[in-house]
Design a protein around this ligand. Structure first.
Ligand code: TRP
Ligand code: ZN
Length: 882
């Protein structure tokens, strides 16, 4: 493990390397514990660089066994080899030279899952962000692009498959038991996109013919026997390739595209050139084992990694501060892809829910940082929801401001101007300015100012003058290192909705810029006056969630109901329903905290049941409306002094009231939306399952009986229905005998499927209440649990910490100290995983004081832990400090 040096990296210190890398030839002699890596690197000194400057290469935990200079053993006086660097001195002033470095590495002992490691007997690599330096000494930074030739030598029986980036050059036997393969990637790339896979895997094959008629071989490698479960991923890949041609004009650029699924992986997937490596959770699916959510995730992540080929690989990042250049943009692209494949408004609702529950807390807490940060201590900790999801929202706002054509012109220019470059956010923004003539100077603040803007709105209708005045004020909250901020350019889609639901003409306006249906808020406070408005309209603002802000707009119940019924933007309808529900839920939480009875508004129940029963609305939309704001949504709305138990009690009271009032509606939905016939993962069928399972939950609450869920479990023919029924049993009837029996039956049925058992762990880890901690402890002793597998750890410990407010924040603080022990246990093995889990405590200051105090103690325990990794040190310091 890399020990913390306390070093901070600053954007302002960026400068190009002293030496230019011309070529890379790597030879791997694979062995589980002693892999030999020979790297032949050709460099020349960059023009104008001090002729005395040494070549300094990055390393991480490396052992060097040999070093040649132009094929001759190097004089030890000319170099210094340390585990974390190799410095070479007395190098030629301008002529190219060759360095041959041999390092020995141990894949089996690599528990960090960075660099070359083993996953279930498969050799695989993960090099982003700084994993390549764990393989060999190298200028391991994204602005060093080179052409790679790779030779792999390995035992033939154990590793029939030898894969790397680019095109296959050839292979042959190598001695009695070994063989070798050679790969060549003609596209210059940074080291973080290097990949190698070796082992024995099954394959699913297909082809794709590109827009210019080239045939590309597609291969998805999975464990033997799991090939049928890769069919959906293959289908998603082909649709992604087609979509990128049609919507962004981007064609694939090699003869082969490969995906390998592995079971030990730190994140979702990795876009290595021509050889994507995936967490198998995001490849494998069939009706019996995958939920509708799994299918949607696979589709989105396959697309995301594929789309990186242009946004990330062909055009990469100059330095890691520019991470959003590839990630924010690529998330935007995968969001648009999924919106086109599925229901656009339902997809948008899901995105916004996710943004609010993950990114908003990050942006309002101690870990808040700009989309384009200016300093980091550990780059792994900047693969955040701010860089990814807010980064995507910023891209979406550019599209909103410039319109579809302007956005397309800017993207086309970006691809044309920067293909083959390591670029910056400034380069990206400039393309949109140059392509359209727009001035995005103020807009660019979205990249640089952290924090979620708060926009307060009031409206006044003047009947005599036929005007509507809309006053808006933006407040930019202080964030770590950024006490004061400039006003931002906030594009707000809007409509003025008349009595009958018709949208009024809002083109005559003073006080600010309005283009089509977008109102541009650019000043701290601004009043827009619309003329010719002959009757009082209802204002629908931030439609489609055009800007990632928090809107404070006191609208009457009647106005919200009007939007919920009439807005042609279904996202806005859902938002209006949410805005009706939130005050009821916060009031309920406050009442519960004060020990008072909880009152539930009849009008909220009315809106929800009307929407639920409206067969003209998509089932998936109705399911989203019925999934009321979560406990953490309510906590965020309360804004401090939070008591998770009171929030839970208050929300439960609202659910019970809704369930009882709507019992007949839910019974009708449950019968009507049974999906018959062969299983299909399409969005419409998934939506019906979601609605029916929402109905199942409410019916079970109304009936107070596990019977219906037990029957639903018995009748289920797919994992969505199975896991939903199991969740209702476990979460609503944890003590029932049906629950214990069903949990056991599920475990027995899926005992040989770790990905399904992850659901079993997660369902149990999210049972509300203090007692769940003991249950989680006992599950850690289950033979299915594996502390070295990130998916297992996330589904058990992560689910408790991130998705079980009453379980994690139990009043006595026992779950916090358990959590601290877990972090300290995981950190030496896998710092990236430990640091990510630890962010579950980032909002500790929002808790009521006795819990906050206990959470702080747990953080201090972690802070005092021995030999903390840079990853955990960085997070714990920031969480405690701000
Ligand atoms: N670039 C990858 C993506 O966007 C994610 C990634 C970054 C990653 N660092 C990683 C994956 C480390 C695994 C491990 O999808
Ligand atoms: Zn990505």
């Amino acid at each position: 493990m890399r020990t913390d040096t306390g070093r901070i990296v600053h954007l302002a210190d960026y400068r190009p390397t002293d030496f230019v890398l011309e070529r890379v030839d790597l030879t791997f002699e694979l062995d589980p514990t002693e892999t030999k890596v020979e790297a032949r690197l050709i460099f020349h000194r960059r023009e104008g660089v001090d002729p005395a400057a040494p070549l300094v290469l990055d390393g991480d935990d490396l052992t060097m066994t040999s070093l040649l200079f132009d094929q001759i053993e190097m004089d030890p006086a000319r170099y210094t080899a340390l585990p974390e660097s190799l410095e070479i001195r007395d190098l030629p002033e301008s002529t190219p030279f060759e360095i041959t470095v041999v390092t020995m590495i141990n894949p089996e002992a690599n528990t960090q899952l960075m660099g070359l490691y083993r996953s279930n007997g498969i050799y695989c690599t993960q090099c982003e962000a700084e994993g390549f330096r764990r393989i060999t000494y190298f200028p391991d930074r994204p602005d060093v692009l080179a052409v790679y030739t790779i030779n792999i030598i390995a035992d033939k029986a154990a590793n029939p498959l030898l894969l790397s980036n680019g095109n296959f050059l050839g292979g042959a036997g190598f001695g009695p038991d070994k063989h070798f393969a050679a790969w060549f990637d003609p596209h210059p790339k940074p080291s973080y996109l290097f990949a190698l896979v070796a082992g024995d895997l099954g394959v699913v094959e297909d082809t794709f013919t590109t827009m210019t008629g080239r045939e590309v071989a597609l291969k998805i490698y999975v464990e033997h026997g799991k090939e049928p479960r890769a069919a959906y991923a293959m289908d998603a890949l082909k649709r992604s390739m087609k979509w990128d041609e049609e919507v962004f004009g981007r064609e694939y650029d090699l003869d082969i595209f490969m995906i390998v699924a592995v079971s030990n992986f730190n994140m979702g997937a990795m876009e290595n050139k021509g050889l994507n490596i995936f967490n198998d959770k995001y490849v494998l699916a069939d009706p019996e084992t995958a939920t509708d959510q799994d299918y949607a995730n696979i589709e989105a992540i396959i697309a995301h990694e594929y789309f990186h080929n242009w946004t990330g690989n062909r055009i990469t990042c100059r330095d890691w501060f520019q991470l959003c250049l590839k990630e924010g943009l690529t998330v935007y692209r995968d969001h648009e892809f999924s919106a086109d494949m599925r229901s656009r408004p339902v997809k948008r609702i899901a995105e916004v829910r996710h943004l609010r529950s993950e990114q908003f807390p990050e942006d309002s807490g101690p870990l808040a940082h700009p989309v384009r940060p200016t300093k980091y201590r550990e780059i792994n900790n900047f693969y955040t929801t701010t860089v990814y999801e807010k980064g995507s929202e910023v891209t979406r706002m550019i599209a909103t401001i410039l319109g579809r054509d302007g956005f397309k012109k800017g993207m086309d220019l970006y691809f044309e101007r920067h293909d083959g470059d390591a670029s910056t956010v400034e380069d990206f923004v400039k393309c949109f300015e140059d392509a359209t003539g727009a001035d995005l100077n103020q807009f660019a603040l979205w990249y640089h100012q952290a924090g979620t803007p708060q926009v307060t709105v009031s409206s006044v209708y003047d009947a005599a003058a036929s005007t509507l005045s809309l006053s808006l004020e933006q407040m930019l909250p202080a964030t770590p290192g950024q006490p004061n901020k400039e006003p931002m350019h906030i594009p707000l889609r809007f409509a003025l909705i008349g009595d009958n639901g018709a949208e009024l003409d809002a083109s005559i306006v003073t006080g600010g810029k309005v283009t089509a249906d977008v109102l541009h808020l650019t000043e701290r406070s601004q009043t827009f006056v619309f003329s010719g408005i002959s009757s009082r309209p209802v204002v629908s603002l931030n439609r489609g969630f055009s800007a990632p802000i928090t809107l404070h707009f006191e609208q009457s119940e009647a106005d919200l109901a009007h939007i919920a019924r009439h807005d042609s933007d279904h996202f806005a309808r859902w938002q209006a329903i949410t805005d009706s529900a939130l005050p009821v839920l916060t009031k309920a939480a406050r009442a519960a905290q004060a020990g008072e009875p909880v009152a539930v508004s009849a009008s909220l129940v009315d809106i929800l049941l009307t929407v639920a029963a409206d067969e003209e609305l998509e089932p998936a939309f109705r399911a989203q409306a019925l999934a009321l704001p979560s406990e953490s949504d309510i906590a965020r709305e309360l804004g401090g002094d939070n008591d998770p138990d009171a929030i839970h009690v208050g929300r439960e009271a609202v659910l019970v009231a809704l369930a009882k009032a709507g019992a007949s509606v839910f019974a009708a939905l449950y019968d009507r939306h049974a999906v018959t016939g062969a299983f299909s993962p399409d969005a419409a069928s998934a939506g019906r399952r979601a609605l029916r399972n929402a109905a199942l939950t409410f019916l079970s609450i109304a009936e107070g009986d596990p019977k219906r869920a037990a029957e639903a479990y018995a009748a289920a023919n797919n994992m969505t229905d199975l896991s939903q029924a199991l969740s209702v049993l476990a979460h609503r009837f944890p003590e029932a005998k049906e629950t214990a029996a069903t949990l056991q039956a599920f475990e027995a049925r899926f005992a040989d499927n770790p990905l399904v058992l992850d659901k079993w762990f997660a369902i149990q880890a999210t049972i509300p209440g203090a007692q769940t901690l003991e249950h989680v402890r006992s599950l850690m002793a289950s033979p299915h649990y594996a502390a070295g597998n990130p998916n297992r750890v996330r589904s058990l410990i992560g689910s408790l910490a991130f998705s079980n407010p009453t379980g994690f924040h139990r009043k006595d603080g026992a779950a916090y100290s358990f959590f601290a022990d877990q972090i300290l246990d995981i950190d030496p093995r896998n710092p990236q995983l430990a640091a990510r889990l630890l962010t579950a405590l980032r909002s500790w200051r929002m808790l009521e004081s006795s819990r906050a105090d206990k959470a702080r103690q747990a953080l201090v325990t972690i802070e005092r832990g021995p030999n903390l990794s840079t990853d955990v040190r960085d997070i714990v310091d920031r969480i405690l400090k701000a």
